[in-house]
Design a protein around this ligand. Structure first.
Ligand code: FES
Length: 171
């Protein structure tokens, strides 16, 4: 039986802003059923930190007084949560069947080459995070890529560079 993380003091929050931990603690403090609200707490933490670093997950486990393994389990189960730093924009390439048969893997490869990252990674300039995702429910428009919440349908390989450039130029 794993020990609750509240009994351990082995992590450091040196590189993360203390004000954000304070805001998170305030949020957690206002919840009566903390364990039952774990997903809401993780949402709040990701909103504050933009991702869920290990230190933050450990902090939540301590505050909620549950084993860290439970927090890790929930955070890794939902694809919405990420424990890696994310860029300003997230580019998601649909790898569902309809998109895949229409060449989304080639689009994905092109993006990896252009951005010089692998799936789940963020560019050096912190502008883009690239992800491959499962069917996003718009198969009629396959192949799909999404930049943040914006959907690009029937994307051709030759469109990819221009889409990326639009966001770069917007900086
Ligand atoms: S397979 Fe890509 S939207 Fe459904």
């Amino acid at each position: 039986m794993p020990k609750p993380i509240s009994q351990k003091k082995t992590y450091s929050i040196d590189n993360l802003p203390k004000e954000k931990f304070d805001l998170l603690d305030e949020y957690i403090g206002g919840i009566s059923d903390k364990e039952g609200s774990l997903i809401h707490i993780l949402h709040k933490a990701q909103e504050l930190f933009t991702f869920l670093p290990m230190e933050v997950q450990l902090h939540i486990a301590r505050k909620v007084d549950i084993p860290a393994s439970k927090v890790f389990g929930v955070a890794s189960f939902y694809s919405y949560f990420t424990s890696n730093p994310v860029g300003k924009h997230t580019i998601s390439v649909c790898m569902g069947t309809a998109c895949f048969v229409r060449g989304s893997n080639k689009i994905f490869d092109k993006l990896k080459e252009l951005l010089e990252v692998e799936s789940g990674e963020t560019t050096k300039d912190k502008l883009f995070t690239l992800k491959d995702v499962r069917c996003v429910g718009a198969c009629g428009l396959a192949p799909i890529i999404m930049v943040d919440d914006k959907v690009y349908g029937r994307v051709k390989l030759e469109d990819v560079e221009g889409i990326v450039k639009n966001y770069k130029d917007g900086e």
